[in-house]
Structures are given as structure tokens and as C-alpha cells.
Ligand binder design. Structure first.
Ligand SMILES: NC(=O)c1ccc[n+]([C@@H]2O[C@H](COP(=O)([O-])OP(=O)(O)OC[C@H]3O[C@@H](n4cnc5c(N)ncnc54)[C@H](OP(=O)(O)O)[C@@H]3O)[C@@H](O)[C@H]2O)c1
Length: 219
């Protein structure tokens, strides 16, 4: 199956949280925000789960550096992306990937907002099929920007090639606070996704770790 090369990027606290218990996810330092915008400008598409759209209302555009906006992709089984969400504004193309459970009226609402709605999967969005379709549309490099639940599904399905994590010098605690990867989790460490450390860099006050996902076939 041909699919885009996928980079998972996230900012987390030293204790592995990507948002606080109250949903505050402003973890990156200024220099790391610049890096994220540069990264966005270097990919064909950026993808998030609907949980991130509802929590953060990100615009997912390139603003802090010069560069083109990538296609925005929202993974949203039930087509619940709000009509006034920033990802639906006119600054870039937007794809909302829904499953067969999405109501026709919600699909139509998103289409009226200018989004391309792609339908695939019975319950949840079928991620391998979505990536295959994005590749067929010309998407060769995709930036996965979370959240926790979508990160899990993408990693579990073997759809991530690279992981870049900026660790901020903060500890926020909270059992309910979202971590880098959520989902059902593996029962044993040996089942876990194996990574190879590629580089360690300092970005402003943050520590940037870059990993290659082992065993992930060339995209
Ligand atoms: N610090 C960072 O770098 C960073 C980055 C991004 C997000 N965040 C934080 O992460 C949190 C959001 O994470 P989240 O886990 O709640 O939501 P999420 O991962 O953004 O979205 C998950 C949702 O996507 C939908 N979905 C559809 N098909 C799916 C599939 N095959 N696999 C997985 N999900 C699928 C599901 O909702 P439906 O079934 O309704 O479609 C699912 O609940 C927020 O607090 C946000 O601030 C932090």
C-alpha cells in the first residue's frame, strides 16, 4: 500500500502530558512554535483528531514563518467538527475524514463550509485507507499533530515513520491529563512500538527528541 511518510510531532511536559487536566496544551516555548510552523510548511498535509479540534480549535496554518499552508485533515467519525472551527476557514484546503456512521446532514454542513469530506470505515475512520487516498491525491509527507487517541491508532496501525517530541521543562501531573499516546495500550513492553533515537537537540528551553519508528516500511 502506498502511503505518505508520516511524522508524529508533539510537545509534552517532562511527565509525558500533552495537555493539563484542564485542557491547557500551550506547552511549547516560542522557539519550538517556530519549529512546528517550519515543519508544517515542509509537509503536504497536517492531520489531527476531532478531539484536538474540539479542545484547542487550532487553525493548523503556517503563520510564524514564510511558507505554504499544508492541506488540513481532521479525523472525525461522526462529522462533528463545528462549523465555526478554525480548520474550516478559507486559509487552506481542508479534508474531513468521516466513517459510515456520520449523518448525511453533518456531511452536507461540512461540504457547505468548503471541506472535502472523505467517507471510510464502519465505526471509526479507516486510517490505512485514508492514508492511501491521501497518497493518491499527491500527499507524500504528512504531519500528525495528535491528539493522544489518534496518535495511538496511527502508531498501532504501523502508520508512523518518525516521532518528534519536544519536552518542556514542566511537570503538570494529573491522571486524567492526556499523554503523548493514549488508546488501549499494549499489555507488555515487548509489544510496544520500537523506536531508534536519531537526534537530540535543544530548542529554546525545550529538549527535542527525534526517533525513527523501527520496522516501519518505507512509505
Ligand atoms: N501538546 C501537543 O502537542 C498536542 C497536540 C495535539 C493535541 N493535544 C491535546 O490532545 C487532546 C486531544 O486528544 P484526544 O485523544 O482527546 O483526541 P484526538 O486524538 O485529537 O481525537 C481522537 C478522536 O478522533 C476520532 N477518530 C476517528 N477515527 C479514529 C481512529 N481510527 N483512531 C483514533 N481516533 C479516531 C475519534 O472521535 P469520533 O469517534 O467522535 O470521531 C477520537 O475520539 C487535547 O487536550 C489537545 O489539547 C496536544
Amino acid at each position: 500500500m502506498a502511503r505518505p511518510y508520516v511524522i508524529l510531532n508533539a510537545a509534552m511536559t517532562l511527565d509525558g502530558k500533552i495537555a493539563t487536566v484542564a485542557g491547557d496544551s500551550r506547552i511549547s516555548c516560542e522557539e519550538d512554535l517556530d519549529r512546528i510552523h517550519e515543519l508544517r510548511a515542509s509537509v503536504d498535509a497536517v492531520m489531527v483528531g476531532v478531539g484536538t479540534v474540539l479542545a484547542d480549535d487550532p487553525s493548523l496554518t503556517v503563520r510564524r514563518v514564510c511558507g505554504k499552508n499544508p492541506i488540513r485533515v481532521v479525523v472525525d467519525s461522526l462529522a462533528k467538527t463545528p462549523s465555526d472551527a478554525k480548520v474550516l476557514d478559507s486559509s487552506a484546503r481542508t479534508i474531513v475524514a468521516v466513517s459510515k456512521r456520520a449523518a448525511e446532514e453533518d456531511i452536507e454542513r461540512l461540504r457547505r463550509k468548503g471541506a472535502l469530506v472523505m467517507i471510510g470505515g464502519e465505526e471509526e475512520v479507516n486510517l490505512p485507507k485514508l492514508l492511501e487516498e491521501l497518497h493518491a491525491m499527491g500527499v507524500r509527507k504528512l504531519l500528525l499533530e495528535g491528539g493522544s487517541t489518534l496518535n495511538w491508532s496511527m502508531l498501532r496501525e504501523g502508520l508512523v515513520d518518525e516521532v518528534r517530541v519536544a519536552i518542556a521543562p514542566r511537570i503538570v501531573g494529573g491522571e486524567a491529563a492526556r499523554t503523548l499516546v493514549g488508546g488501549a495500550g499494549f499489555r507488555s513492553v515487548s509489544e510496544g512500538i520500537e523506536l531508534e533515537l536519531v537526534s537530540v537537540d535543544r530548542v529554546g528551553t525545550d529538549l527535542l527528541l527525534t526517533y525513527r519508528v523501527k520496522g516501519c516500511g518505507d512509505a
